[in-house]
Design a protein around this ligand. Structure first.
Ligand code: FES
Length: 258
């Protein structure tokens, strides 16, 4: 391992991550960069685009709730998506699971378990100093995310009600699937688990504590699959937006079940 550092220095390059691991540990960080980076770029583009966000009763999650506000900054029209996306994005950015994923993938800090950091810091202050101290706002981001579940559930129900009556299209199904995955991600959050089961000295002392214990066990079950819901809901948001954008722009036609 030391040989690799010496060779890198000799060649004038930054030292490579050092490890004795023989498995393909780098696959996860590379996939994270591709999926998370791709999602970030796509969201930014969609927020700037400011069109093709609704079709009939369908409304893409990027522009939900519908707010009539539109700012202009130095000749640029700032679409509502920018101040809508602040809430779900801050929830994801401060998520305990995503922190692990993007600290590893984007900052190589460290890139994986038992793999050294290629650029070790001189001082480590954890998340006690600015800007990382902002990660502690996660619980508040959770409250906002929970409100968004209500808003997106309303959007999914609204997707049945067309001008000419009650119908169900593929878009309706996608919107329902999306809000279900988002609800699984949101309610498997560590903050929610603490909110439900935390600060209790006794689980069996009263009806309230027994009920909280019961819910906490369900939340813990979901929590063990939090990373799965994190990725599935991220992809479902993107799929929902791509579908609605495609039907709104006339690229494809909405498939109607009834
Ligand atoms: Fe991931 Fe709260 S820990 S959303």
């Amino acid at each position: 391992m030391a040989v690799r550092t010496a060779q890198s220095k000799e060649a004038g390059r930054a030292p490579l991550p050092l490890t004795s691991r023989l498995d393909k540990w780098w696959i996860k960080p590379v996939l994270t960069v591709i999926v998370l980076g791709g999602f970030g770029l796509y969201s930014l583009w969609r927020a700037f685009e400011n069109q093709f966000f609704e079709f009939g009763p369908y409304l893409t999650p990027f522009y939900s709730p519908e707010v009539p506000l539109e700012w202009e900054l130095a000749g640029w029209k700032i679409s509502p998506a920018f101040y809508i996306l602040v809430f779900p994005l801050s929830f994801r950015l401060t998520c305990y699971y995503y922190r692990l994923a993007y600290y590893r993938a984007f900052f190589l800090d460290p890139p994986a378990c038992a793999v050294s950091e290629p650029f070790p810091r001189k001082r480590y202050t954890g998340e006690r100093r600015f800007p990382l101290i902002l990660q502690n706002l996660h619980r508040f981001a959770f409250y906002a995310a929970a409100i968004f579940i209500v808003i997106l559930s309303y959007d999914a129900i609204k997707a049945f009600f067309w001008e000419d009556g009650f119908h169900m299209g593929l878009g309706t199904l996608i919107l329902i699937g999306n809000v279900l995955l988002l609800a699984l991600y949101t309610f498997s959050c560590h903050s929610f688990s603490h909110l439900i089961g935390g600060r209790l000295d006794c689980y069996s002392c009263s009806l309230v504590s027994k009920t909280r214990h019961g819910i906490w066990k369900q939340v813990s079950f979901l929590n063990s699959r939090h990373s799965l819901y994190a990725w599935a809901s991220l992809i479902s948001v993107m799929v929902t937006d791509i579908y609605i954008r495609s039907v709104a722009s006339g690229v494809i036609q909405d498939f109607r079940f009834f």
